[in-house]
Design a protein around this ligand. Sequence first.
Ligand SMILES: Nc1nc2c(c(=O)[nH]1)N[C@H]1C(S)=C(S)[C@@H](COP(=O)(O)O)O[C@H]1N2
Ligand SMILES: [Mo]
Length: 450
Amino acid sequence: MTKTTERSIDELFSGDPERADAVVFGRRTDATRRGFLGGAGIAAVGAAVGATIPFATNMPAGLVPAALAQDKSASAPTGAAAGPQFLEFPGKDKGLVVIGDKPLVAETPEHLLDDDTTPYTKLFIRNNGIPPEAPTNPDSWKLTIDGEVNKTLEVTLGELKARGKPRKLRMVLECGGNGRSFYTPAARGNQWTNGGAGCPEWTGLPLRDLLEAAGLKSSAVYTAHYGADVHLSGDASKETLSRGVRIPKALDEHTLLVWAMNGEPLPAIHGGPLRLVVPGWAGSASHKWLKRIWIRDKEHDGSGMGGTSYRLPIKPMVPGAKADPNNFKVMESMPVRSVISSPMNGAKFAAGTSEVALRGAAWAGDLPISKVDVSIDFGSSWAGMSLAKTTNPFDWTRWSGKVRLPSDGYYEVWVRATDGSGKLQPHVAPNWNPSGYGGNPMHRIAVLVG
Ligand SMILES: Nc1nc2c(c(=O)[nH]1)N[C@H]1C(S)=C(S)[C@@H](COP(=O)(O)O)O[C@H]1N2
Ligand SMILES: [Mo]
């Protein structure tokens, strides 16, 4: 695992913050200043991050400094550090980080989410099974729509392309497990930080056009998606990922049957020649190598629809406790999240630098972004950033701004976004669940001046 270092520091801090400060910084924090670092504690943290900390008095004891928490190559004082394993994949940026290799799963570190439109080179990869061979004639790829419809439809990709004016929409694709690594105790599954997301421009036809052509029966309540990839074991009789969505989401004009990304034929690794894009919802609904959509008369019960898979607790549960499957419901819209894409964590600036330009992105599932704020003083004060116009619903919001730094030293820049319903990102991953969905704590980076 590439996350050994961060996991162990996080676990240490969350289990017993005062002991963690003692282990990491060599001393127990002053009991009379419980919750904040005392004088010697401040000096020790300063030594650990390599600079004085101008806002140290605001720094909560037990806070893992961003410089240690997120630098995956940093040596943890508590154990051996395994550096990140970088992706080697044709045409992909070598900065992508492999978080699973069987099947291949790779995420995009926050500083590589710096493009307005995520290029192929930087889009994350998430596979559950063995991807199919690329077809020799993509236009003859067949899609079937059946089940609770008046007429079963079979269309080829060639026919789909000729069917009407395609739509081009820049929309976020985000893995349901994005942010999972921020949970303590550790949640099962790929240890995503914030990089299981991207925002390419998709070309395709609204699924709605085909559903209307097939004619939904009044019994139609859910979709069920099937693709051409096979189970990891290679056994074709074994179930592979098959998720679905409620009919209103399937009928949303932004839910697309997609054959091109950023103006190019959809790359095979991203589901080419044909995939679904269900923007704003857990990425697992955006089925790749799409062959069949079965319209169902009840909530779909395929692989990835039961137990604690892509499902969230209805009533909060005790972190680490055994889950009662009856207390879970399907995860739909993704929660609000923001990243700082520039500068990158650990950036160093020349002594005397008093202003730093910041850039990033924010998104919130089905909802728009209403605000992005940053703090350089451990959350004591926040400054609003300017938000760029989005191109269409489900586009991410690019944000930018500047912060003034009063002196040389170690800073943390924290970012938090607010969604259109007024919800903002928490300090720690909320609503613990065994599979770690919904982990959207604010992103923070370390910045060193001088
Ligand atoms: N057929 C198929 N579709 C799939 C998957 C899969 O394993 N097989 N993975 C899903 C998951 S969990 C995610 S997050 C997205 C990832 O899309 P990407 O690899 O293009 O980034 O595809 C979804 N669609
Ligand atoms: Mo996913």
